[in-house]
Design a protein around this ligand. Structure first.
Ligand code: SAH
Length: 238
C-alpha cells in the first residue's frame, strides 16, 4: 500500500538535527512527505548530517509559512502531544493512530503533526486537529524527543499499511506441501525401522511425536529435500 497520502508536519522545530533524524526514520519506514512549518534553520548542515541516506526527503521537504498552509488538502489531521491536556479532545494512542492513518489514507490526505521541542503544539494548533495522539510513556517522564515521536508513529503507520520491507513473509518462501510431508514421514518411518531404531509395535507414539516436531518447524521444500537426502544415505549405509 502506498504512503503518498500521508504527510509528517513538524512545527517550528528548533534543532535542525531533529529534522534530519525525522527524515531518516520516515524513509526507514517508507514515508516520503515532510512539511516544515517555520523551521528555525533549514536547510542546515546538521539536518543533512542526521538525515544520512535520507537527504532526498530533505530536499523535497516543503517549507511553509503557516500551519494552515501545511494542512492544505488534508481531510484528517492528527496532532501529537506528550501531555493529555485538560482540553476536551479525543485522544488515541500510537497504534490506533497507525491503523486510522492507514485506513483513511486510502481515500484522502492525512497529516501527522509534531510540535515544538520545548512547548509542543499551541491550543490554536490543537484546535485544527481532529484527534490527538498520545504515545503511552512513563507518566513521570512522558516527553519524547520529537524525532523519536516521529519514529514511533511512522513505525505504527508502516505496520498498519502492511509494508514488509525487510523480511520475507511465509508466503514468499516455498513451504513443503502436505503430500510431500506425508511422503517424508513414510520415508522417515521406513528408515527408522531399517536402522533398528523403531519397532512399530513397541513404540507406536514415536512417529506421531516426530511428526509433531516437523510440523512445528514448518519446513520449506529445500529443507525437506535435505532431510530426505539424509534418510536415503542412512538407508544405503545400513
Ligand atoms: N511539553 C511538550 C513536549 C514537547 S516534545 C508537549 O506538551 O507536547 C516535542 C514533540 O514531540 C511534541 O510536540 C509531540 O509532537 C512529540 N511528543 C513527545 N512526546 C510525545 C508523546 N508521549 N506522545 C505523542 N507525542 C509526543
Amino acid at each position: 500500500m502506498s504512503s503518498e497520502n500521508i504527510r509528517i508536519v513538524m512545527i517550528n522545530t528548533s534543532h535542525p538535527g531533529n529534522i534530519g533524524a525525522a527524515a531518516r526514520v520516515m524513509k526507514n519506514m517508507g514515508l516520503k512527505r515532510l512539511y516544515l512549518v517555520q523551521p528555525k534553520s533549514f536547510p542546515n548542515y546538521e539536518a543533512s548530517a542526521m538525515a544520512s541516506g535520507a537527504s532526498d526527503l530533505l530536499s523535497k521537504a516543503i517549507v511553509c509559512d503557516s500551519f494552515e498552509e501545511a494542512l492544505d488538502g488534508c481531510h484528517l489531521v492528527l496532532g501529537t502531544t506528550a501531555r493529555e491536556r485538560k482540553i476536551q479532545h479525543e485522544f488515541i494512542n500510537g497504534r490506533e493512530a497507525g491503523l486510522l492513518t492507514a485506513k483513511e489514507s486510502q481515500q484522502q490526505q492525512v497529516a501527522l503533526v509534531f510540535g515544538r521541542e520545548r512547548t509542543g503544539l499551541t491550543n490554536d494548533e490543537i484546535g485544527l486537529c481532529h484527534k490527538l495522539i498520545n504515545i503511552p510513556t512513563n507518566p513521570d517522564y512522558s516527553s519524547l524527543n520529537v524525532a523519536s515521536a516521529v519514529q514511533i508513529i511512522s513505525y505504527e503507520v508502516m505496520m498498519a499499511l502492511g509494508i514488509q520491507t525487510t523480511h520475507q513473509t511465509e508466503d514468499d518462501i516455498a513451504l513443503a506441501s502436505s503430500d510431500n510431508m506425508q511422503r517424508f514421514y513414510q520415508h522417515l518411518e521406513e528408515t527408522l525401522v531399517d536402522i533398528d531404531f523403531l519397532k512399530p509395535k513397541q513404540s507406536p507414539q514415536l512417529i506421531p511425536k516426530l511428526r509433531h516436531i516437523y510440523n512445528r518447524a514448518r519446513l520449506t521444500q529445500e529443507e525437506l529435500n535435505i532431510l530426505r537426502g539424509i534418510l536415503s544415505k542412512s538407508q544405503k549405509n545400513n
